[in-house]
Ligand binder design. Structure first.
Ligand code: ATP
Ligand code: F1X
Length: 316
């Protein structure tokens, strides 16, 4: 079994999204509705890619006591399921969406305890799924029991079989990956995650660009730094820097907007789009996801219309 994109989620989650008028900490808050989505960063990426029509394999670690939402998602979208089942439950993460401010409050739980043996099985799966034309997406945090340098090991595995990697993680796993000799082909931190790595504020285009160049100097070819509603900076193989700003969209939920952007980057890489077209498609995936509640994309024409409406600014 090989597919253009393999996503790896070592710490997936069931996302319980609670919608309420406003959130008052310390008070009794009454919700208007709740929904449950199989999630975790790589799962969300796979879900968006499937909607775009790209064959995708999803692997990682899944607690065997509550797999049904994941299995339903994989069956519904035709995502090949190569998750390694481990003892216990996959975590449930709370996403509290307050209508008055549009903000989402995330409460992410630690996740099931994993071990070296289950990680070895994921590592082997990445080797088996290797496709030289394909892309491996490594996304999200690491559960307890998995070494901080797990992504370094997986990056080496993907590189050994000639597959390009796209990494979206934060904190210690990000630092470990950036210290490694085998860096990913592409990376998409958000601004705050990258500030954590470089230890300084990235609050102007010039500072963002300097951080992107620092990442490129490590050998990373494509650097995308996302900035929420302000859009994202893209610096690619031609070293040209673009800021892509999303068109206005009625937001249902911002959960997984970054993952949709990662899916758009992967799709554009597979489709061999030029740097501006990649920035447009990735921004359109994120904007399109914002208009829907879960990690889903609307019809292809709507995504392409959003790509056309994305504003591009070239940084000199
Ligand atoms: N409120 C918003 N309005 C318009 N576009 C947005 C908004 N939030 C996110 N986006 C779009 O989604 C992209 C990714 O968002 P963001 O920077 O929040 O990623 P992230 O922090 O990785 O997200 P997450 O972890 O929730 O998946 C942005 O670059 C932008 O194009
Ligand atoms: O705890 P992590 O692995 O950093 O992030 C997990 C998570 O917040 O990421 C996705 C949104 O990007 C959600 O589906 C999920 O709950």
């Amino acid at each position: 079994m090989s597919a253009p994109v393999v996503t790896v989620t070592l710490n997936p989650a069931l996302d319980q999204t609670v919608l309420l008028d406003s959130l008052r900490p310390g008070a009794v808050n009454r919700a208007n509705s709740v929904r449950l989505d199989a999630g975790g960063k790589g799962v969300n990426v796979a879900s968006c890619l499937a909607d775009w029509g790209l064959p995708t394999v999803a692997t990682g670690l899944l607690g065997r006591d509550n797999t049904s939402e994941f299995e339903k998602l994989f069956a519904r979208k035709g995502i090949a399921d190569r998750f390694v089942r481990i003892a216990g439950q996959t975590r449930t993460n709370l996403k509290i969406v307050a209508a008055d401010c549009g903000d989402t409050t995330d409460i992410n739980l630690p996740g099931a305890q994993a071990d070296a043996d289950s990680f070895a099985q994921v590592h082997a799966a990445v080797g088996e799924l290797c496709d030289r034309q394909g892309i491996a997406v490594f996304a999200g945090s690491l559960p307890a029991g998995i070494d901080t340098d797990a992504y370094v090991t997986l990056l080496r595995q993907a590189a050994a079989c000639g597959m390009r990697s796209l990494l979206d993680t934060s904190d210690a796993p990000l630092t470990a990956a950036l210290q490694s000799e085998t860096v990913p082909y592409a990376i998409k931190p958000n601004r705050h995650e990258l500030e954590g790595w470089c230890g300084r504020k990235l609050d102007t285009p010039a500072r963002l660009l300097a951080a992107a160049r620092e990442l490129q100097s490590l050998g990373i070819v494509l650097v995308v730094i996302s900035m929420g509603a302000e859009g994202a900076l893209f610096v690619g193989s031609d070293r040209e820097a673009l800021i892509a700003r999303p068109p206005a969209i009625r937001t249902q939920s911002t959960v997984g907007a970054g993952d949709a952007m990662v899916a758009g980057i992967a799709a554009a890489m597979i489709e061999r789009r030029d740097p501006e077209s990649l920035a447009r498609l990735a921004t359109a995936f994120a904007a399109a996801k914002l208009g829907l509640a879960g990690p889903n994309l609307p019809a292809r024409e709507q995504v392409l219309a959003l790509a056309d409406a994305t504003r591009i600014e070239r940084l000199r």
